[in-house]
Write a protein that binds this ligand. Structure first.
Ligand code: ZN
Length: 585
């Protein structure tokens, strides 16, 4: 069996015959299908109803005479047949799956193109495995409701606010504590021990098959078509090392490509045009209890590319409902990475800090808050930018770090209106100049090279000092006047800094109006100021720090020239500047 996607139900990849496809087209009753979702009235030889593909008050959706095998809406122009209906409204993932679901619904026998003996053997092994897992799910679910030992599990579920309907809907069960209860039954029913182990339901212990899940609440994990692939098991025993265990990873149970709740969620998601992705099984149950039907859980800490591709088959948007903490934020960043290249809108559901969907669902007010939070979800890029900026400190270096992280983040998103808003939001929060905002916009384009937004930091200490002075002089133009007069331009070693200094001295304090060649320096100055403490004392210190190396250089020159008197004056000046910097003047 290939490892990537869950195997198609058209078993072993063998397609149905053309005759079967024709029979399904002929034998599917579209009126019956549509009535499941839309109330229809007969008028003027047609069936009419309110269009399920767009919002409307008066019906413009109809089934076309004479045979009502196609639907058409003259409001939004949507049209299709029973197979399209299954894909658009009932969550069928493919053409063959639509055929198969229609065949089942209308009792049409399915014949397959010829199978090779190898395909047939593979299909049979797969069927046995499925049968075993399906029976295990049924057994555990029944055991939850009838067993004395499952009473604490029933109480736990009720205590979380999960009613019996909800628990039954997700086929939550309980694995007995006996050690080999399920295995014993399955073997008596004729299943081989090896098959049990292969299905992840048993492990061999001293030549005997022992149950894999013991004394645990079981959550069946199914593929997109509801076929159980394995289980998650939760213990209620505080002394157990692992609160959760999952079926062992294997060809058929790959956590990375499965999503808890998907088979239930996909049809609602196709209609709502989004999925909500939470972290755990009980979060999904909480969301559904709050009326949010298109809910799934990723069973890891973040979504994988496989899972994202799977979700994209039914809906163009995924709303992440992760915990409002650092781990949840990390998971969201990783999801953005994993979604690179998949055309999918990502949003974030903002939960109250410290709450998760599972525990919010415990009371009516919480369920309402949860449903509202899902409605009010905002673009993920916006929420990640906000939390990254609020986590950054106020120093220029912290803010630069935030800026570079955000540029990297934006690069992962498709170029879009939301991304553009992300750039503007970042510029506002970090107080970026227009030039720097434009640079961020450029470097966040998807085809931009993975390079830093900011010019490399001036690393020479003197350049840092010079930039600091320029920033202070920009911030306090009046107080800077005397320093701008007294400092010789040669104090500035960096050519650009010297030009900027001369501009300031000439009164050009609007740095956005500086010539283009100085744009980078203007940006650096702006960033230096973002979050910096601005005061006359800071300005004076910055000026001294620029001046001191100049005085020391001059002293060295005077010493070389043998000018004793000049040397003493220069040394004295340097000494006083140093003292001023130490704060003992
Ligand atoms: Zn319509």
């Amino acid at each position: 069996m290939s490892s990537a996607a869950p195997p198609p139900r058209i078993l072993g990849g063998v397609p149905p015959t053309q005759a079967t496809i024709e029979a399904v087209r002929e034998g599917s009753d579209l009126v019956d299908l549509v009535r499941g979702r839309v109330s229809l009235v007969r008028r003027g030889g047609r069936w009419w109803g309110r269009c399920p593909f767009h919002e409307e008050r008066t019906p413009s959706f109809s089934l076309l005479p004479p045979d009502f095998r196609r639907y058409y809406c003259h409001g939004c122009g949507v049209t299709g047949d029973a197979i399209d209906w299954m894909r658009e409204q009932e969550g069928a993932a493919s053409f063959y799956e639509a055929i198969e679901q229609l065949a089942e619904r209308f009792g049409i026998p399915v014949r397959f193109e010829e199978e090779s003996p190898r395909d047939a053997a593979r299909r049979e092994a797969l069927e046995r495995r499925r049968a075993l897992l399906e029976r295990a799910a049924t057994f555990y679910a029944e055991y939850l409701w009838r067993a004395e030992e499952a009473a604490p599990a029933r109480e736990y579920l009720a205590g979380r606010g999960f009613g019996e309907d909800l628990v039954r809907r997700f086929r939550i069960g309980y694995a007995p504590g006996g050690g080999a209860v399920l295995a014993g039954r399955a073997i008596r029913e004729g299943f081989a021990r090896e098959a049990l182990v292969e299905a992840g339901l048993a492990r061999m212990r001293g030549g005997q098959a022992a149950d894999f899940f013991v004394s645990r609440i079981t959550f069946p994990i199914a593929d997109s078509q509801g076929r159980v692939q394995g289980f998650g098991g939760r213990t209620l025993d505080a002394n157990e090392r692992a609160k959760y265990v999952n079926s062992p990873e294997g060809d058929h149970f790959k956590k990375r490509s499965l999503l808890f709740g998907l088979s239930e969620a996909r049809a609602p998601a196709a209609r709502a045009k989004f999925f909500v992705v939470a972290e755990g099984y009980t979060d999904v149950m909480g969301l559904v209890a709050a009326g949010v039907e298109p809910a799934v859980a990723c069973m890891g800490t973040s979504l994988t590319t496989d899972q994202i591709r799977l979700l994209r088959r039914w809906a163009p948007e995924v709303r992440l409902c992760f915990d409002a903490d650092a781990a949840g934020e990390q998971a969201a960043w990783r999801t953005v990475e994993a979604a690179g290249g998949v055309n999918l809108a990502l949003s974030a559901v903002q939960l109250p800090p410290g709450r998760d969907p599972g525990d919010l669902a415990g009371d009516a007010a919480g369920r309402e808050a949860l449903a509202r939070a899902v409605d009010a979800s905002e673009p993920l890029v916006t929420s990640l930018i906000q939390s990254r900026v609020s986590r950054a400190g106020r120093s220029p270096r912290d803010r630069e770090g935030a800026l570079e992280d955000i540029a990297r983040l934006l690069r992962r998103f498709p170029d879009s209106v939301e991304k553009d808003e992300g750039v503007r939001l970042t510029a506002g929060l970090l107080q970026l100049s227009q030039g720097l905002e434009e640079r961020l916009r450029q470097s966040s384009r998807q085809d931009a090279p993975d390079a830093a937004v900011l010019p490399p930091r001036a690393s020479a200490p003197q350049e840092v000092r010079e930039r600091r002075f320029l920033a202070m002089a920009v911030a306090l133009p009046d107080a800077a006047g005397s320093y701008l007069e007294s400092l010789p331009p040669e104090s500035f070693q960096a050519e650009g800094h010297r030009r900027a200094f001369e501009l300031l001295r000439a009164g050009a304090t609007d740095i956005d109006a500086w010539p283009e060649e100085l744009a980078e320096i203007a940006l650096a100055v702006r960033l230096e100021l973002a979050g910096a403490e601005v005061s006359e004392a800071e300005l004076r210190e910055a000026a001294y720090r620029v001046e001191l190396p100049v005085l020391e250089r001059r002293a060295a020159e005077l010493r070389a020239a043998g000018d004793e008197e000049g040397l003493l004056r220069a040394l004295d000046l340097a000494r006083r500047v140093r003292a001023a910097l130490r704060g003992d003047s």
